[in-house]
Design a protein around this ligand. Sequence first.
Ligand code: C2E
Ligand code: CA
Ligand code: CA
Ligand code: CA
Length: 278
Amino acid sequence: AKEAGRNTHRFFDERMNADAIEHLSLRNDLRRALERGEFVVYYQPQLDMASGQVAGAEALVRWRHPERGLVPPGSFISIAEDSGLIVPLGEWVLHQACHDAAGWNAAGHQVGVAVNLSALQFKRGNLEDSVRAALHQSGLGAHRLELELTESILIKDTENVLAKVRRLHAIGVELSIDDFGTGYSSLSYLQRFQVDKLKIDQSFVRALTREQDSAAIVTAVIQMARSLNLRTIAEGVEDEETLAVLRSQGCDQVQGFLHARPMPVEDFREYLARRDAT
Ligand code: C2E
Ligand code: CA
Ligand code: CA
Ligand code: CA
């Protein structure tokens, strides 16, 4: 029995080791990847419910790994956060997204861009200066940039965070709360931070037509947002039935595979041109 226990132990250690090595190798690769320019930003359209027009696009990073192929952010964002690399990576995404959005605006498409911010970017580094520099260097108007914050950033309701949010707002960018409903969702911070928009988390959106509880949450969020004068966007919209329910409830914008998957910037510009032509 003792022997078997040791074997199990060793087996477990080896597996842990393999995971740790995988983690380490990704971590080393990540640092080099930024220097080698292996990251790429994809864009997913956000549609205005009332007009059907493209209101914006969310910038979603991918890693073009020389051996692994196109790696989704779910496989490396948390590693980048642990190692602190998310700060320079996030800064790169911010600059790239502003540059790309300035390009499609110059081509006549009045469409904004939404960039995800990690909590670490918010804590470390000078976010306001980065945002100002990205806008200045790209020539993108501040009102065309939206920053997606998570509740984990805002829940640390310190004067420091509050002051930072206010300074960002003063630049003229839009602020939204991502994955709304999954965190703490304290109503008081919504007022305190003066955000512009709530992104209803896709877990509720996808269960909307199947589960009563999810439907109730979505209804409540849209009604609350309205009374606080906030806009709403539902993400993860995959079918017409869900779209119809969201429309009847007065949701302002939608984003999801029903309309389009995230795509490289060249494809997104073609998508905009095609829609303008019809
Ligand atoms: P998120 O910010 O919640 O982004 C939405 C995710 O949902 C994206 O996954 C998008 O491709 C996916 N999605 C959109 N519509 C649908 C749909 O109809 N059905 C389904 N099943 N999925 C849909 P993606 O691109 O894999 O990104 C995953 C997460 O990685 C993001 O979740 C975000 O938290 C993080 N991320 C991506 N880019 C960045 C970045 O530049 N910085 C930071 N800090 N995080 C990022
Ligand atoms: Ca997001
Ligand atoms: Ca505003
Ligand atoms: Ca989200």
